[in-house]
Ligand binder design. Structure first.
Ligand code: HEM
Length: 146
């Protein structure tokens, strides 16, 4: 990848992946407030479908492009491989579990779906923060394939 092309992909990657982390902080605040104001689940469902999901998919896609297009590779360095696995799990959990929990809560099943949504927000936030730390420190060296 030419430097300018790499930087453009990196820019898109950082905006979407750290944006995903940012909107998750907002979702956590809303998930707490929604126990007293269940109408907030409507807003959270919208955010889940129209903001969180597109950010998640773009963060994953740009991460894969950057890995394959640079010296890092997808499986050559432990920090990239761990980020990749964690993000795939997070995208699947967001697509199927978080969004369905939000839709259920928005439809009135607050008692069952509300706590699940809160836990999902806490786990996601921890994971994206961990991914950001991995991205900046790039620890643990190469894998056997590197
Ligand atoms: C929540 C998910 C993610 C977050 C928060 C995140 C965050 C970041 C950040 C902040 C950087 C910039 C680091 C720097 O320039 O020093 C970065 C770079 C990078 N990320 Fe991610 N990332 C995520 C997911 C992924 C995934 C899934 C992959 C691979 C499949 C990936 C691969 C990379 C690579 C290879 C770079 C370095 C690009 C370069 O310097 O050329 N990331 N990431």
């Amino acid at each position: 990848m030419k430097p300018r092309v790499r930087k453009s992909w990196l820019l898109l990657h950082v905006i979407t992946s750290v944006g995903w982390l940012g909107v998750t902080i907002g979702m956590l605040v809303l998930a707490l407030a929604a126990f007293d104001a269940p109408q907030l689940y409507q807003a959270m469902s919208l955010l889940g479908d129209l903001v969180v999901l597109p950010l998640a998919l773009t963060a994953l896609a740009t991460g894969v492009v950057l890995s394959l297009g640079t010296k890092w590779g997808l499986v050559k360095y432990r920090w990239v491989l761990v980020k990749f696995v964690l993000t795939v799990i997070a995208v699947i959990a967001t697509t199927f579990s978080l969004r369905s929990g939000l839709h259920e809560a928005a439809a009135g099943a607050v008692a069952t779906a509300g706590p699940d949504v809160l836990v999902a927000c806490c786990v996601s936030l921890t994971l994206y923060t961990f991914n950001t730390v991995l991205s900046v420190f790039k620890p643990w060296g190469r894998t056997r394939w590197g």
